[in-house]
Design a protein around this ligand. Structure first.
Ligand code: IMO
Ligand code: MG
Length: 423
């Protein structure tokens, strides 16, 4: 049976999904986003140039690829149109290679206000959201109030918009200290909605299934990461969508038995932006060294990312639930100068030792580490696996053993070229 392949992040986002999709796209005719929205920031680096994508699939710079924004995605027209215009300065025909599901939800200006008002009211317990309106938009989708891309073409669009805005304004009264003015953003929003009509609005579930039936190679691109999944992540410090393989089925309209290879991406260490449990976090100089060496600052918000060692308890959990067939290890070069490298193999809380990820998101656990000697070599110019230092290969072999999954691709630098493929 013909299948759709999946590529997604296995940690807390920012694993390097943009680069991987860009590297894999020569093998695919179609790239489709299935969840999330402009909270994502997928960085691509090629020809000494770099680009951050938020809503558009990462295949957009390859002339041969078709790019679909699926029904599971939430869209801010202002951010999407800005992004498309920027893409067009590098790739003039990109608009013709992009289509959007009529069923994708719209992020309204007031969704952003609700996100900001809610976060600012939560004080220390705030999620640390990207403030793009993601949570409130998915709440309206599930609550059955949301506006969808297809609604833009209805005569009643403005009416529907006003009705939803009115609901939001009522809710915003719960936050009397939160001052806001959306007049300017609202004007830009309606302008962007008009411009959006130049892109194909489609029934993407039919298109995706037709592509699969026709034997076209199709790749679903995840945003965020498994530990931010609404069901299985470190709830409530998560995003508001299913970031895992299951989300491909609901976010694109393809059946579970149509899912083929699942490429799970992880960094050779861990990062997290925003609040919430992070068992292997390093609040010391080593954490700072990782941040500097890995340029760990948010692509969407510019926030410094929290850094720590690789967490195999969490990684095994993510591999299990995503049905990962191939692992992809990113940013391995960031560990080049480390004397010692640690990986968490279990957690300890009081007298209890855990080797599976707990329901409470591993809050207040202490990791139990296995230590590896660092390879202390610049590996950036190496292009075949056997030429990598032995200590590096030991690190990879341990991850493969623990996860029971092969590491097929290893990234050793941001550029497309800095990639090692294994058979
Ligand atoms: P990519 O696709 C890293 C985090 C936020 C916050 C939580 C909820 O680039 O990997 P939201 O705005 O979704 O309501 O925020 O999720 N978050 C991400 N962290 N990478 C992302 O996307 C993220 N998208 C959301 O920091 O903790
Ligand atoms: Mg990001």
């Amino acid at each position: 049976m013909k299948k759709i392949d999946v590529v997604l992040g296995l940690q807390w986002g920012d694993e390097g999904k943009g680069k991987v999709v860009d590297v894999l796209t020569p093998n695919y005719n179609v790239i489709a986003r299935f969840q999330g929205g402009p909270n994502a920031g997928h960085s691509l680096v090629f020809n000494n140039d770099s680009f951050v994508l938020h809503t558009v699939p990462s295949g957009i710079f390859r002339k041969e690829s078709v790019n679909i924004i699926g029904n599971g995605v939430v869209i801010d027209p202002v951010i999407l149109m800005d992004e498309i215009k920027q893409i067009e300065t590098k790739s003039a025909d990109s608009r013709s290679r992009l289509m959007i599901s009529k069923r994708a939800q719209l992020i309204l200006p007031t969704h952003r206000m609700l996100d900001a008002a809610n976060e600012s009211s939560m004080g220390k317990s705030k999620i640390g959201s990207t403030l793009k309106g993601i949570g409130p938009t998915y709440m309206d989708k599930i609550g059955r109030y949301g506006l969808r891309i297809g609604d833009i073409l209805l005569d009643s669009f403005k009416e529907k918009y006003e009705a939803l805005k009115k609901r939001h304004m009522e809710t915003l009264k719960l936050y009397p200290d939160f001052k806001f003015d959306i007049t300017e953003y609202e004007a830009k929003w309606f302008d962007a909605v008009e411009q959006l009509k130049s892109i194909k609005f489609v029934d993407s579930e039919h298109i995706a299934n037709e592509y699969i039936n026709d034997g076209k190679a199709i790749l679903a691109e995840g945003a965020q990461g498994s530990m931010l999944d609404i069901d299985f992540g470190t709830y409530p410090f998560v995003t508001s969508s299913n970031t895992m393989t299951a989300g491909v089925c609901t976010g694109l309209g393809v059946a579970p038995n149509r899912v083929g290879n699942v490429y799970g991406i992880f960094k050779a260490y861990c990062t997290r932006v925003g609040n919430g449990p992070f068992p292997t976090e390093l609040n010391d100089q080593t954490g700072e060294d990782l941040r500097q060496a890995g340029h760990e600052f948010g692509a969407t918000t510019g926030r410094p990312r929290r850094c720590g060692w690789l967490d195999l308890v969490a990684l095994k959990y993510a591999v299990m639930m995503n049905g990962v067939t191939d692992l992809i290890m990113m940013k391995s070069d960031v560990l080049n100068s480390m004397d010692t490298i640690k990986v968490a193999v279990a957690y300890k809380r009081g007298d209890e030792t855990m080797d599976t990820f707990p329901y409470d998101g591993a809050d207040n656990v202490e990791p139990i580490y296995k230590e590896f000697e660092g390879w202390k070599t610049d590996i950036c110019d190496i292009r075949d696996y056997d030429s990598l230092p032995e200590k590096f290969r030991e690190y990879v072999a341990f991850i493969e053993k623990e996860t029971s999954c092969p590491v097929r691709i290893i990234s050793i630098g941001p550029d497309r070229e800095a990639t090692i493929f294994r058979n």
